[in-house]
Design a protein around this ligand. Structure first.
Ligand SMILES: NC(=O)C1=CN([C@@H]2O[C@H](COP(=O)(O)OP(=O)(O)OC[C@H]3O[C@@H](n4cnc5c(N)ncnc54)[C@H](OP(=O)(O)O)[C@@H]3O)[C@@H](O)[C@H]2O)C=CC1
Ligand SMILES: O=C(O)[C@@H]1CCC=N1
Length: 265
């Protein structure tokens, strides 16, 4: 039996819990420590409550740090002595902008650390997770963590220097995609559609577009060309999108996201 112990049970932790709840409960179990009460929905994923960080660390094989990055110092005070006494425990940190060397500084140089950057789509097995292993992690341990993360969607091992860009595109990305879907929905409403219908067809169009690209191995602009009948209506809309500099806007969005993420480094 392998036990995963979360410190923190907010949006990111819950997405991972939900994704991992599909695994065989005879092989992988989950628990979490929170300062107050475990959110009710965690019961459906059979997440056991821990009373303290120490309890989480003692009973778990792998700890997932999933608090705001600013909580690291407070957590490390309690965790560091336990990791020193039990150096085989693996710590997977999803703390935004916190590097492996900062984690080693806080948790001890002997700590076995993996930095992971998942997104909330892990809840439905369609996540994207970047991972980078610290120097104390063996190849076997890295493989085991990779395999667990791969249960939640696609995983890539990445140089740590790329985590800022990956965080903006894939970590924050679902929010930006949702922002575009909302913009389509509002435009549909302004064009006379009922709001619920506009939302439904925006989501279905997004989903179908992604499925089509994947199934036919199309690049984004190749797909756009399929839709744009020469001299037709889509091309007229596409021109407005270019004139409004959608690419420039998105570049600025990613830049601002990366700058904020870098504040912790
Ligand atoms: N949301 C996302 O899509 C992604 C988030 N991340 C990273 O995941 C981490 C968590 O983010 P997210 O889930 O969105 O945040 P939330 O605010 O939803 O959750 C934070 C959790 O941490 C707990 N917490 C806060 N302070 C402490 C503390 N001192 N000790 C113990 N627990 C504490 C909170 O519980 P309470 O305050 O009730 O105690 C809560 O359970 C962040 O570091 C973020 O950068 C990474 C990739 C994507
Ligand atoms: O907004 C945040 O800070 C976190 C990091 C990536 C996604 N959410």
């Amino acid at each position: 039996m392998f036990k995963i112990g979360f410190i923190g049970a907010g949006n990111m932790a819950q997405a991972m819990m939900q994704g991992w709840s599909k695994l065989d409960a005879n092989q992988v179990t989950q628990g979490a420590y929170v300062r107050h009460q475990l959110p009710e929905q965690t019961q459906a994923w059979q997440v056991e409550p821990f009373q303290s960080i120490s309890e989480a660390a003692l009973v778990s094989d792998m700890l997932v740090l999933a608090t705001p990055p600013t909580a690291l110092t407070a957590i490390a005070d309690e965790l560091k002595p336990i990791l020193a006494a039990m150096p085989h425990k693996i710590v997977v940190s999803v703390l935004g902008g916190i590097s492996v060397s900062m984690l080693e500084e806080a948790l001890g140089r002997q700590a076995k650390i993996v930095r992971a950057l998942p997104n909330v789509n892990v809840a439905v097995g369609q996540g994207y997770t970047a991972m980078y292993a610290g120097s104390q992690i063996t190849a076997e341990e890295k493989g085991a963590v990779f395999a667990l993360l791969a249960e939640l969607g696609r995983v890539d091992e990445m140089p740590e220097a790329e985590f800022g860009a990956v965080s903006a595109l894939a970590g924050s990305g679902p929010a930006f995609v949702a922002g575009f879907i909302q913009a389509l929905t509002e435009a549909g409403k302004a064009a006379g559609l009922d709001e619920e219908m506009a939302a439904k067809l925006s989501v279905q169009t997004f989903r179908g577009t992604v499925d089509k690209m994947r199934q036919d191995d199309l690049k984004a602009l190749d797909l756009a060309q399929l839709v744009m009948t020469p001299g037709g209506s889509t091309a007229a809309g596409w021109e407005v999108m270019q004139a409004g500099n959608l690419n420039g806007l998105v570049t600025n969005v990613i830049h601002a996201t990366m700058q904020k993420n870098a504040e912790f480094e």
